[in-house]
Design a protein around this ligand. Structure first.
Ligand code: ZN
Length: 465
C-alpha cells in the first residue's frame, strides 16, 4: 500500500515498525463547540484509512486525543461561567454521538488532555534538562526552535530568516511567525480556575505538548502513522515533531498524512456566509449520517472537497442504487451462502480494481467507480438471467467485504431513527400475533416517517420512500 507522506513529499510504501501492526495517532477535536462538517471530513478520512488497513490484514491501534484544555476551551468556559469540565463534557458527548451517526469505528484510545498533565510535565522537564526549553521571566516555559536543527522539516519551512529568541504564546499562529512556542503557560487571570502546579510554578500546558505526551504514552516513542487536517501541519505537527524528537533523540513518526480542506458551495466555510454547517444542522434538513458519510468519502482525501446539498442528493441516489442492487442479489441468492471463489468475472474485476485503487494512496473515487461498474454489469447479468444463486450470493458477499471499508451498507443503522425502529418492532409483534389490522396501521405510521417496510424471509427491510 502506498501513501502520500507529507514528511517526504513522496508516495511511500507502508512498512509498519512491528510486523502487521499499525500504530496511528489522529489529532482529535478541541471540544469547545460542536464540530462542523469540515472537521468530520478529517475524521471520516481517518476512519477510511483505519478500515482499509484492517481490510488489508493489518492490526490497527489508533489513538485519538480530546483537547479539553487550550486557549479556546478556557475562553468558552469563562464566557459561559461554568467549570472547564462542565463546559467540555457537552461537546465531548456530542462528538461521540456524531461519530456514531457517521458510522466511524471507535479508536482504541481516546485520551483527554486534562487526564495527562503529569505526562506533559515529565516531557517538558526532559526538554528543559536537555537544553531545548527554557523558562521565561513570567514563569512560562518555551521551546527553543533554534536548538532543534530539524525544525521546519514537515512544513518545509525556510528557517534562514529566523529571529532568534522571538516567542509566540498563543496555540495557533502563522508560518511567518514561527518562533519559540509555549510548552507551559504561566497562570494568567484569563485562565480562571484552570490551573495546575508544576516545577515552574502554577499554569497550564500549551496545546502542542498535549499530543506529544499522549501519543508517545500510548504508541511508543516512534510509531507508524500520524494524521490530521492540512491545517495541523503548521504549527501543531511541526511542534509535535520538535518536542518529541528533541526529548527522545529518535524519529517520532514515519508517515504523516493530511487531508485537504472542505469548502461549501465552492467557498470557505464561515459563519458570516451562512454556509457553516454542523452535522446537527444537516440532519435537521432531513439528510442522514449515511448520506453525509458518502459525500465525505467520495472525494480523494488529498483534494479539496466541495460540499453542497446537491452533493447530498446525489449521495442519496447513489446509495439507493447500491441498496437496490444488494436487494436484487439477496433475492437471486435465495439464502445461499456466498463464496468469493464463485464470483463471476465482472465482480472479480471490481474486487481487483477496488484494492488497486485503495492501495494507491486511498483513491476512493476510483474504488467507487469500480463498484458502480460492477453494479451496472451485475444488473445486466441479473436482467438476462445469466447469474445463478451461488454467484449472486458470492457478489453479495463481496459487497459486504467492500462495506468493511465503506461503512455505508450494513444495517440501515444510523439513518433510521429510534421512532422508526420501535414501530418496526411493534409491527413484527403484531404480525406474530396475526393482528393484520394493527400491522397495516403500523406500516402506515412508518410510511409517514418516510420509510417503506418490506417483509422478506430474512425479516423486515426498510427502504427510503
Ligand atoms: Zn494534535
Amino acid at each position: 500500500m502506498k501513501l502520500y507522506n507529507t514528511l517526504t513529499r513522496m508516495l511511500d510504501e507502508l512498512v509498519p515498525i512491528e510486523g502487521n501492526h499499525v500504530r496511528m495517532y489522529t489529532c482529535g477535536p478541541t471540544v469547545y463547540d460542536y464540530a462542523h462538517i469540515g472537521n468530520y471530513r478529517a475524521y471520516v478520512f481517518e476512519d477510511l484509512l483505519r478500515r482499509y488497513l484492517k481490510y488489508s490484514g493489518y492490526r490497527v491501534t489508533q489513538v485519538m486525543n480530546l483537547t479539553d484544555v487550550d486557549d479556546k476551551t478556557i475562553r468558552g468556559a469563562l464566557q459561559s461561567n461554568v467549570s472547564l469540565d462542565d463546559y467540555t463534557r457537552k461537546f465531548k458527548e456530542a462528538f461521540f454521538s456524531d461519530l456514531k451517526a457517521l458510522n466511524i469505528e471507535p479508536a482504541e484510545h481516546y485520551p483527554a488532555a486534562t487526564a495527562h498533565i503529569p505526562e506533559m510535565i515529565v516531557l517538558i522537564a526532559k526538554l528543559v534538562e536537555k537544553g531545548y526549553a527554557y523558562k521565561s521571566d513570567d514563569g512560562s516555559v518555551y521551546f527553543s526552535i533554534a536548538k532543534f536543527k530539524d525544525y521546519g522539516k514537515l512544513a518545509h519551512l525556510d528557517m534562514s530568516g529566523l529571529r532568534a529568541g522571538a516567542r509566540v504564546a498563543q496555540d495557533e499562529y502563522e508560518k511567518e511567525s514561527a518562533a519559540d512556542f509555549a510548552l507551559w503557560k504561566a497562570y494568567d487571570e484569563k485562565d480562571g480556575n484552570v490551573v495546575w502546579d508544576s516545577p515552574w510554578g502554577r499554569g497550564r500546558p500549551g496545546w502542542h505538548i498535549e499530543c506529544s505526551a499522549m501519543s508517545m504514552k500510548y504508541l511508543g516513542e516512534t510509531f507508524d502513522l500520524h494524521t490530521g487536517g492540512i491545517d495541523n501541519i503548521f504549527p501543531h505537527h511541526e511542534d509535535e515533531i520538535a518536542q518529541s524528537e528533541a526529548a527522545t533523540g529518535r524519529p517520532f513518526v514515519n508517515y504523516w498524512m493530511h487531508c485537504a480542506h472542505l469548502v461549501v458551495d465552492g467557498r470557505k466555510m464561515s459563519k458570516s456566509l451562512g454556509n457553516f454547517h454542523t452535522l446537527r444542522d444537516i440532519f435537521a434538513r432531513g439528510y442522514s449520517g449515511r448520506e453525509v458519510r458518502y459525500v465525505l468519502i467520495s472525494a480523494q482525501y488529498s483534494q479539496t472537497l466541495n460540499f453542497s446539498f446537491t452533493a447530498l442528493d446525489g449521495a442519496r441516489a447513489s446509495l439507493a442504487r447500491l441498496d437496490e442492487f444488494s436487494d436484487r442479489l439477496a433475492d437471486a441468492a435465495g439464502g445461499a451462502d456466498g463464496l468469493l471463489s464463485d464470483l463471476p468475472a465482472w465482480a472479480q474485476k471490481a474486487q481487483h480494481g477496488f484494492k488497486t485503487a485503495l492501495d494507491n494512496d486511498l483513491n476512493m473515487p476510483e474504488a467507487l467507480a469500480c463498484i458502480f461498474d460492477m453494479v451496472h454489469e451485475g444488473n445486466r447479468a441479473l436482467n438476462s438471467g445469466s447469474t445463478d444463486g451461488k454467484q449472486a450470493a458470492a457478489v453479495l458477499k463481496l459487497l459486504g467485504e467492500f462495506d468493511r471499508v465503506l461503512g455505508l451498507l450494513g444495517k440501515v443503522g444510523s439513518e433510521v431513527n429510534d421512532a422508526v425502529t420501535k414501530l418496526v418492532e411493534e409491527r413484527q409483534e403484531a404480525r406474530k400475533a396475526r393482528n393484520w389490522a394493527e400491522s397495516d396501521r403500523l406500516r402506515n405510521e412508518i410510511m409517514k416517517l418516510g420509510w417503506e417496510v418490506k417483509d422478506t424471509p430474512q425479516g423486515p427491510k426498510l427502504k427510503r420512500l
